[in-house]
Design a protein around this ligand. Sequence first.
Ligand code: CU
Length: 488
Amino acid sequence: MNPSDPEVLAAEKKRGGGPVRRFRLTAAEARVDLGGRTLRTWAYGDDLPGKEVRVTAGDILDLTLANHLPVDTTLHSHGIRLRCDMDGVPDLTQAGIKPGAEFAYRFAVQHPGTYWLHSHSGMQLDRGLYAPLIVEDPKEPLTYDKEWVVVLDDWVDGVDGSTPDSVLTQLHHGKRPPMDMGTGGMSGHGGSAGHHAMARGPARAGSSGPSRVLRGSHSDLLSSMGGNVDFPYYLVNGRLPQAPTVFRAKPGDRIRLRIINAGADTAFRVALGGHEMTITHTDGYPVQPTTTDALLLGMAERYDVLVTAQDGVFPLVALAEGKKARALAVLRTAKSGALPEPSVQPDELQGRLVPARRLVPGDAVAYSDRKPDRQIRLRLTGNMKDFNWSFDHRPYSVEQRHPIRQDERVRLTIINATNMWHPIHLHGHTFAMTGLDAAGARKDTAIVLPHRKLVFDFYADNPGLWMLHCHNQYHSESGMMTTLGYHR
Ligand SMILES: [Cu+2]
């Protein structure tokens, strides 16, 4: 089935149609101020993160992306179960948007939650090409006074000559990843170059900048290295710890935090000093409220939490797991009181931490115990030395398909045969974690630890071609991506 086939359109029709909400983003070169450090990068407008897109469940989102970059780009609405031809995967669901061209992403948004927008072309996500996408619930069951959208990121672009592409080249010992990007049939320029080479920006490739290869890293939480890249900076809402964003509220306010990990190679351990948090959602879907001191977010994961603000000035710290570095933001409810030091270490970081597999889904989104109709087993393969990350030893090719059929309940077992942890993301569906007695929390991105497995179920209710990939951008771009394809 192809991304614009009648089945895709039929599924879209069932989602209904409410008011059309129009937005316009421009991907362009930009100067961004991280707080005392100004850099050139690629971003959506002049903002980092890009300006929030906020709609209500039931709306039609009409989002035009104008490409002012020197290379092709696309936009992916991460976590949204949308029509396949609006999913923004170059050469799979659409042709890359050429420099100077634009593309209208128009689709029904059915489910509320915390999502995000990012480029799905080459290493562009690890520049500034990301923005929050918040879908409000017209029947919001939670009560809170304020909302704080918190976007975490690891940053290298434009620092001393580095770009994400040059860092990828370093990880490949100066060579280009040997990915077969297919025939490039959709983009029409043929040959094996494909969108990824185009999206990389040939003028800025090569191994410019100092070595960014991470060495001697270990995270107990992740049972492996924290990642592969030693980033010079870690950011909350585009700001360095020396000049953090300050969120103001009153003592006693209930605040909903929507936390998004927009990093490319960093898991963050997040805590708010002086507060416990109540987890209400992950990846946009409700869970049974669960109190915790800290959260662990792999790349592209989201958590919504509620806190009751204490009186004072409090650090929101995001530790870069296994990297001896951190990002910082500040909650202020008192008029006086100095900002926390950039090195502040709240006790909550070492407190309770609830892994996603222990969360219990909200009643309305819990899966039944129906047996799967189809089982797919995949292995994650590759190693740090060769940087040959892949599924089943086969680097990504745009023609690969793992067949599924509409209305099946599919069980995917992903065996991590590597020494590295990976955040695995499925497009177009929100799966249910398994492993507890009953089906677990609904998610679209989940961490799999080294030599462990990730097992999840999903209903094949959204026809088309859907990527399954590691959300470590340096891994996916090295080949750790594959595609599930509906067949008739
Ligand atoms: Cu990975």
